[in-house]
Design a protein around this ligand. Structure first.
Ligand code: GLN
Length: 498
């Protein structure tokens, strides 16, 4: 059947709609996020909030952890109540509102802005990603390539965000940069609205039908949640309750970990699984562990590494001073450059019948990421000596972090879809996303120990993070000797089903 919309790079036209919407959303997300810790820790004279590094890093970790966590209800709301298309539209509007609030030069409204971005992103991000898959018929071979193109859009957008917002912060101040994030999201929304027809109905309706009673209950629960959130926010802003972000982050990290373990154990013990399915879930557990430790290190990009860029890196090139946030663009740039090589690498290994297990790839990704912190150990020694490190150190660290990301992140996602029993596929993806949340909150706690007053401790801290993560990576690698056999059970099962 002929489609009316034009193709996008040999893919359904709807991919262009989602590509550019997500590109602008990521521009706003990473552009703002790159400045968050800098803004919170900057002095009042510099236009900042003068918060301690420990608190700022904890707030940052809670913020990014919450963004991932809210993806769970966000996906649920789209699937059962409003459909993906509306979820993306409303999510984008809420995100834009959040950035507009952040653009107001008042510390009083700061947390309202952050909460709006968290809620909006929870609604937008998982659903726009799911809609990419829905553009293709079940047997369409182009789906994986479609996701690769989509991932490019993510990273092109992030790169634009780092450059634009990072530059605006230096030239005009923080709130102008946050305003630019709002404009970026606005452009994405206009583009989305104008090209919505290209989606040809993908995500136009909820996929799971709820009874009218259940629908009512769901909306009541959402309303109750929002009222509770508003009440707590108001109490915080008026000083009725004061919270210590570091303490909250510790409890939240522990709480999400308990939820993660309980959910995992629940499916494992009470999901009526066959012995083979249990073994596959066992193998997947190692992937989840690797994911938690990976993001706990990786996500220091916006916190401890960002501060290292600001305070201990020589950012002068002649008379030009590199804006601090620009360093973080290294991740997006390396992703764009390296993705084709990794695609070719897995293909090539496949052709030679070398198929490394999911577990070993993730362990290797964790170890490569961790070795980035060895680079930081040397950089921190320069800082501890009272000098400024060359930009090379951060760029090399981000290079290793990106290579690690490409070994682990897409591999872990595909492991979840392959190793989870089909009837728990959606729920297991949700459980897996909790590993991002835990990792992000822990990253904030770790970054908080980089006290600028104790520069001499910095090399030791980076070395500890490196060695600890490498040790975990090695343990996981050793355990995959056992679990790679369990992973193979999934392939056997697939053969039988065909
Ligand atoms: N940078 C990618 C994005 O924002 C992936 C991040 C992740 O998987 N944690 O979509």
């Amino acid at each position: 059947e002929a489609t009316k919309t034009k193709d996008f790079l040999g893919h359904p036209g709807g991919l262009s709609t989602l590509f550019f919407t997500e590109m602008w959303e990521r521009m706003s997300y990473y552009g703002m996020r790159a400045l968050l810790v800098l803004f919170m820790t900057a002095s009042m004279q510099e236009g900042g909030m003068a918060i301690t590094v420990a608190s700022a890093a904890a707030i940052y970790g809670l913020y990014t952890g919450a963004v991932y966590f809210m993806g769970l209800p966000g996906g649920w709301i789209a699937d059962r109540l409003i459909g993906g298309q509306r979820a993306v539209m409303y999510g984008g509007i809420i995100i834009m509102a959040g950035h507009i609030v952040l653009a107001i030069p008042s510390d009083a409204t700061f947390f309202i802005g952050l909460i709006l971005v968290v809620l909006g992103t929870g609604l937008l991000k998982p659903n726009i990603g799911a809609m990419v898959g829905q553009l293709y018929a079940k047997e369409d071979q182009r789906r994986d390539a479609g996701y690769t193109i989509y991932y490019m859009g993510i990273n092109i957008g992030s790169m634009i965000g780092y450059f634009v917002c990072g530059w605006l912060q230096v030239e005009k101040g923080y709130h102008w940069a946050f305003g630019a994030a709002a404009i970026g999201m606005g452009l994405g929304l206009i583009q989305y609205k104008l090209t919505l027809n290209k989606l040809e109905g993908a995500g136009s309706e909820p996929t799971v039908k709820l009874s009218s009673g259940a629908t009512k209950k769901a909306w009541t629960a959402i309303a109750a949640f929002l009222v509770g959130l508003a009440a707590i926010t108001t109490m915080m802003m008026t000083g009725v309750i004061t919270i210590d972000p570091v303490t909250v982050a510790k409890y939240v990290a522990a709480a999400i970990t308990v939820v993660f373990l309980a959910y995992y154990a629940g499916i494992y013990f009470f999901g009526n699984l066959t012995p083979d399915e249990k073994k596959q879930l066992g193998a997947l557990f190692l992937v989840c562990l690797a994911s938690i430790f990976f993001w706990a290190g990786f996500e220091q990009a916006g916190s401890s590494l960002n501060l290292f860029g600001r305070d201990y890196t020589d950012r002068m090139i002649g008379t030009f001073e590199i804006p601090t946030a620009w360093f973080q663009s290294a991740n997006s740039i390396f992703i764009i450059i390296l993705s084709p090589f990794f695609a070719a690498l897995w293909m090539n290994l496949g052709k030679r019948m070398i198929t490394p297990s999911y577990g070993i790839k993730c362990a290797i990704g964790l170890i490569i990421m961790a070795s980035g912190f060895i680079v930081m150990f040397f950089a921190a020694q320069i800082a501890a000596a009272g000098l400024k490190a060359a930009p090379f150190f951060l760029v090399a660290t981000y290079f290793l972090h990106t290579v690690g990301e490409l070994c682990l992140s897409p591999v872990a996602l595909s492991a979840v879809s392959k190793l989870s029993p089909k009837r728990f596929a959606g729920q297991m993806m949700g459980v897996f996303v909790l590993t991002y949340s835990i990792g992000n909150v822990v990253a904030g706690l770790l970054a908080g120990s980089f006290d600028p007053e104790n520069v001499e401790q910095m090399p030791g801290l980076y070395m500890q993070i490196a060695l600890f993560s490498i040790a975990i990576g090695i343990v996981i690698a050793l355990l995959t000797v056992k679990t790679k056999v369990w992973e193979k059970l999934a392939e056997k099962k697939d053969c039988n089903q065909n």
